[in-house]
Design a protein. Structure first.
Length: 145
C-alpha cells in the first residue's frame, strides 16, 4: 500500500519537533526508498557544533550508509524546509530521485541562490504541509527573540 507525500512529511515534521525540543532550528528530513523509510534526521548544528549538520545532510549520509552506495536515485527526500545551497548541492551529488519540500525559504533557500543546482532528473514537489512547517519555524524564532 502506497503512502502519499503528506504521510512521510508528517514524519519529517516529527523530526523537526525533536530538533526544536533540543534547541535546534526545527527542520526535519526523511528518506524513503521503495515505500520504506530508510533514514530520519533533524538539524543537529548546535549539538554537534557543526554548520554542515543540517537535517538533509544527516539524512543523506544515513541513507547512503544503509544502502551501501552514494547515489539515492531511487529515493525520495522529504524535508520540512527548502534546502539551502549546501544541502541542495549534496542532494544533486546524490542524484536524488525526488525531493519533497514543506515550506519555502525565501532568504536562504537554493531556489533563490542557486536555482539550477539540483540534478536534472530530480523531481521536485513543493508546499507539502508547508503551513505546519512554517508555523513551527515561526514559533521557534519568536521564542528566541
Amino acid at each position: 500500500m502506497g503512502h502519499d507525500d503528506s504521510y512521510f512529511m508528517k514524519m519529517a515534521l516529527q523530526e523537526a519537533e525533536s530538533a526544536m525540543k533540543m534547541g535546534e532550528i526545527p527542520v526535519g528530513a526523511v528518506v524513503v526508498s521503495h515505500g520504506q523509510v530508510i533514514a530520519r534526521a533533524h538539524n543537529m548544528t548546535e549539538r554537534l557544533t557543526d554548520v554542515t549538520a543540517h537535517a538533509e545532510m544527516q539524512a543523506i549520509t544515513m541513507a547512503a550508509d544503509l544502502l551501501g552506495g552514494k547515489y539515492l536515485s531511487d529515493c525520495t527526500l522529504y524535508v520540512t524546509l527548502e534546502p539551502c545551497v549546501m544541502c541542495a548541492g549534496a542532494i544533486s551529488w546524490a542524484q536524488l530521485g525526488k525531493l519533497v519540500i514543506g515550506a519555502n525559504d525565501s532568504k536562504r533557500g537554493y531556489k533563490l541562490l542557486a536555482p539550477d543546482v539540483l540534478h536534472p532528473k530530480t523531481e521536485v514537489i513543493e508546499g507539502v504541509l508547508a503551513d505546519k512547517s512554517t508555523e513551527m519555524l515561526q514559533s521557534f524564532f519568536r521564542a528566541r527573540r
